[in-house]
Design a protein around this ligand. Structure first.
Ligand SMILES: Cc1ncc(C[n+]2csc(CCOP(=O)(O)OP(=O)(O)O)c2C)c(N)n1
Ligand SMILES: [Mg+2]
Length: 539
């Protein structure tokens, strides 16, 4: 415990959040939460506002994912909180340590019909690691510390607290707790078994996911892969874990690798639909997770060490037993990887009319810096981004993850820009997805947060239209207006942009976008007939 401090509920909450490493507050105004604004205003704590509460939570989620520190969203009572529900769920699926503080109607006359009087806690209970109401101002620091500890303890996730009007406006006095986030030690027997299986494998593969970055275990992942000579693929925030030119870094040869692997090691990501639910033929499966709650229940791996990923991976790296030399396997996969890359390089040059999404990424790759943060929000257009962009820095790729919520784009962009004032921030949006958050360009312009938006404008909800046609032979409710000038929407909101309909004009437009220093939208008219080749859509 540190010194006792005095103040209103907002002061006590923010002082605790600062002690736990929070660095920015995202919000949309409401009288129920003014004391939190007052606390920020008095202390110079960075405060950003948005045009829809879901963007505030998405921004907090981006900060949490990028920085591994608490993201903070403050939502006013009732509709403020309910508008944030998709964002909270997204943080839950993505294990992002976000604290959402809600305003709340006064407790002392609960039931009398105060404005926006509703109990938020049951609504968010199933999508948070902790949700409760603070009933006394003196309790604010300990309650915030409890919620943040839950959020920051692996497996991470969001927490929710609401503060009744008299609690947030009332005065109190309490000590600010010292952060103490527990480390979960993996069972050494599980880790030894995993290491022995990898060492004895003929053709092992590692797939590393977001929790490797969230656990700050990138260096340990590399040490383990190098010590065992195992090819590494990555998804989510794990992308870029190994530099693209590393001998063991792979992206394209995944199908070949999983098709003939005898041991598959999945680290820091669930065995969900993105990883064929953990079913890899006859291969033995090792699932390394950051806490027991993440062990799969639908499949039984050969072993599943659960605990701090740094400890698990460094223990695997220091395995002292005999091991098979996997160099030949790595070289075989390298040949498959190179062949796939050559094919992709040709596709990315496509000089077609209308423009193919692949060409957009072919041009973007030449302009993005190695540490650029790229954000995907959309359907097919973003699937192509996943395929063609190669993040070179871990923690620089933000996708919506397994919750797949459209509309994260500008919230994530705000969080990324606030986190990295000097990096390129590039949001890739479908034209459908853009509709969910484009009004927040106004928030970005007003608060001087420049980002580049690239819209793949095919005039359809592509990822739904093509599958529906394939299923029924027709489609409904899958069209948008063609050739809309989304760049002019951005210009009207104080930013800038341009429309591109010829592949040869892409490079110039993208350069102007990054040079502009304002929110800038490159509206690329892409081919509506182009469908991302995918094998499964829903399950
Ligand atoms: C909030 C939300 N609503 C609906 C969906 C279902 N959905 C998934 S992809 C998609 C189409 C996206 O269209 P667009 O952003 O234009 O990208 P495109 O596929 O055309 O490239 C839809 C509607 C979703 N994932 N999230
Ligand atoms: Mg579209």
């Amino acid at each position: 415990m540190t010194d006792t401090i005095e103040g209103h509920g907002g002061d006590l909450a923010l002082a605790t959040l600062s002690a736990y490493g929070a660095t920015a507050m995202f919000t949309l105004s409401g009288g129920h939460v003014f004391p939190l604004f007052d606390a920020a205003h008095k202390t110079g704590f960075p405060l950003y506002d948005v045009r829809h509460e879901q963007s505030a939570v998405f921004a907090a989620e981006a900060v949490a994912k990028l920085t591994r520190r608490p993201g903070l969203a403050v939502l006013t009572a009732g509709p403020g909180v309910t508008n944030g529900v998709s964002g909270i769920t997204s943080a839950f699926f993505n294990a992002a340590p976000v604290l959402v503080l809600g305003g709340r109607a006064p407790q002392f006359r609960w039931g009398s019909g105060s404005l926006q009087e509703m109990d938020h806690v049951p609504i968010v209970a199933s999508i948070t690691k902790h949700a409760s109401t603070i009933l006394a101002t003196d309790d604010v620091p300990s309650a915030v510390a409890t919620a943040l500890t839950a959020a920051l303890t692996p497996h991470r996730g969001p927490a929710f607290l609401d503060l009744p009007l008299e609690v947030i406006y009332g005065s109190g006095e309490a000590a600010i707790p010292t952060p103490n986030i527990p480390t979960i030690e993996p069972d050494p027997t599980d880790v030894a078994k995993a290491a022995a299986l990898i060492a004895a494998a003929q053709q092992p593969v590692i797939i590393a996911g977001s929790d490797v970055y969230a656990s700050d275990a990138i260096a340990e992942l590399r040490e383990a892969a190098e010590a065992m000579i195992v090819p590494v693929f990555a998804n989510g925030m794990g992308r870029g874990a190994l530099p693209p030119d590393h001998r063991l870094a792979f992206a394209k040869a995944r199908r070949a690798a999983l098709g003939s692997a005898d041991v598959v090691v999945i680290v820091g990501t669930p065995l969900d639909f993105r990883l064929s639910f953990g079913e890899f033929g006859d291969a033995q499966l090792i699932h390394i997770v950051d806490g027991p709650s993440q062990r799969a229940t639908h499949i039984t791996p050969a072993c599943s060490p659960a605990g701090d990923l740094r400890l698990t991976l460094s223990q695997i790296a220091s395995y002292t037993g005999d091991r098979v030399d996997h160099s030949e396997w790595v070289e075989e996969l390298r040949a498959a990887e190179d062949a796939a890359k050559t094919l992709d390089a040709e596709t990315m040059l496509a000089d077609s009319d209308p423009i193919k999404p692949a060409r957009v990424y072919g041009e973007l790759r030449n302009i993005l810096a190695p540490d650029a943060v790229t954000i995907g929000d959309g359907g097919d257009f973003v699937s192509y981004a996943g395929k063609y962009l190669e993040p070179a820095t871990p923690g620089s790729w933000l996708d919506p993850g397994p919750y797949g919520c459209l509309g994260t784009g500008l919230g994530y962009a705000m969080g990324a820009r606030v986190t990295y004032p000097d990096r390129q921030i590039c949001v890739l949006m479908g034209d459908g997805a853009a509709g969910f958050s484009l009004m927040d360009v106004e928030s970005l312009v007003r608060q001087r947060l420049p980002v580049v938006m690239v819209v793949g404008n095919n005039g359809i909800w592509g990822l739904e239209k093509h599958p529906m046609r394939a299923m029924y032979g027709y489609d409904v409710v899958a069209d948008l207006q063609s050739n809309l000038a989304y760049d002019k929407v951005v210009a009207a909101l104080g930013g800038a942009g341009e429309t591109v309909d010829k592949p040869g004009d892409l490079a110039g437009a993208l350069r102007r976008a990054f040079d502009s220093g304002v929110p800038y939208l490159v509206n690329v008219l892409t081919d509506p007939a182009d469908a991302y080749p995918r094998s499964a859509n829903l399950a």
